[in-house]
Design a protein around this ligand. Structure first.
Ligand SMILES: *Cc1c(COP(=O)(O)O)cnc(C)c1O
Length: 393
């Protein structure tokens, strides 16, 4: 029955487990360990034959398990493992599957820390990393040689919102025997089902839309039971990247309103993109559903809404961008995204500051580029705030 529920019902109820008190709200099991009635019971739990039972919070915890079951139900995967942060999830998924000599092919337009894991960490251990332009299917075809261990990409890239054709890349990867690992943060769990499109493993930084209120770090890795419990869990439980039960409780509560928040934010993002379009002070406005977005067709085919993020480029460059940012009143300057509060970021000098200039040029991270994470404020107020700040440049 619970399997037939629609997403909004699952977001509120799936995974809930109640103690003998029958509490309404999900309980926070702030406990590192669990007490066994007998030595035999302890032995059985360590042998893994006790079923739905716990040993140590690094391995699993009832509150964390509720969150894992809820997100797996939304993603349509058999299982999920919750991690301390989005980066613990990316690191765990990649480290758990790789050995020296393996080849990973990834899209070049990645979150900076993801690039660090690939090039500086996995590279150091003898994993061959090939970076491609994620929107160029011929580049994927050329790079994904038979025996490639995995392909990795963000379904929508940060900060320039390039959209990757998940179905096409998954076909290329699967033909070579490679696992398809997708970081789906920008598309959110609500707007695209990447498993249906061919992804094997889906990763979220739950710090973003799933918390949605800027309170806690978290991450999650969704996949088959075989992958999550057989391949991933041994790596995660022994290396200590598990999510804290308190943060899992925050994420569980975030899930209940996830669909409502994402849809409201996406609607406002679309309104703002429309309002900014054609403004002479902007060299470009980027939103995946706009006509002039190079992957508009793919975006519309694989997403039910265009997302909660937009980007735009001030024609007058960095000084104008800073004057714009400093004049904003409602929109906050920060680097989180998916928050109830709208957030503007200047990628070239913050999140992507350390990228070499040629990489910035290649990824379109120009001095005038602003990334905007659209929040839950009134759309008219946000448009007015942005227009006023544009006038201030
Ligand atoms: C934020 C983010 C991460 C990292 O998540 P943390 O929770 O900050 O560790 C990874 N990938 C993408 C696309 C992100 O936006």
């Amino acid at each position: 029955m619970a399997n037939d529920w629609k997403p909004r019902t699952k977001l509120v109820h799936t995974g809930s487990r109640r103690s003998q008190y029958g509490e309404m709200a999900e309980a926070i099991f702030l406990t590192q360990g669990f007490v066994y009635d007998t030595a035999e019971e302890a032995e059985a739990r360590f042998e893994g034959i006790e079923g739905d039972a716990f040993i140590y919070a690094r391995y699993g915890n009832p509150t964390t398990r509720m969150f894992e079951e809820r997100i797996a139900a939304i993603e349509g995967t058999e299982d999920a493992f919750a991690t301390a942060s989005g980066m613990a999830a990316v690191n765990g998924a990649l480290m758990a599957i790789c050995k020296a000599g393996d080849r990973i092919v990834a899209a070049r337009a990645l979150f900076g820390s993801c690039l660090y894991i690939l090039e500086s960490i996995l590279g150091r251990y003898g994993v061959e990393i090939v970076l491609v332009d994620g929107t160029d299917l011929d580049a994927w075809r050329a790079a994904v040689t038979p025996g490639t261990r995995a392909v990795f990409f963000e379904s929508i890239s940060n900060p320039t919102l390039e959209v990757i054709d998940i179905r096409a890349v998954a076909e290329i990867a699967h033909a070579a025997g490679a696992l398809v690992i997708v970081d789906n943060v920008f598309a959110t769990p609500m707007f695209s089902n990447v498993v249906e499109l061919g992804a094997d493993v889906v990763i979220y930084s739950t710090t973003k839309h799933i918390d949605g209120q800027g309170r806690a770090l978290g991450g999650v890795i969704c996949g088959t039971q075989d992958f999550v419990r057989g391949t991933l869990e041994p790596y995660m439980k022994h290396t200590g990247g598990s999510m804290s039960p308190f943060n899992a409780w925050i994420m569980l509560n975030g899930m209940a309103t996830l669909d409502l928040r994402c849809r409201a934010m996406a609607e406002t993002a679309w309104t703002i993109a429309g309002a900014l379009r054609g403004d002479a002070r902007l060299a470009r406005v980027i939103h995946p559903f706009l006509d002039d977005h190079p992957q508009q067709g793919i975006a519309k085919a694989q997403m039910s809404a265009g997302g909660t993020m937009i980007a735009f480029e001030l024609a007058a460059g960095k000084e104008a961008a800073f004057r714009f940012l400093n004049a904003l009143e409602i929109v906050k300057l920060s680097n989180n995204l998916g928050d109830a509060k709208s957030i503007a970021t200047h990628p070239a000098t913050t999140t992507h500051q350390r990228l070499p200039q040629d990489q910035k040029d290649m990824l379109g991270i120009s001095p005038g580029l602003i990334r905007l994470s659209v929040g839950l404020e009134d759309a008219d107020d946000l448009v007015a705030d942005i227009r006023r700040a544009l006038d201030a440049i």
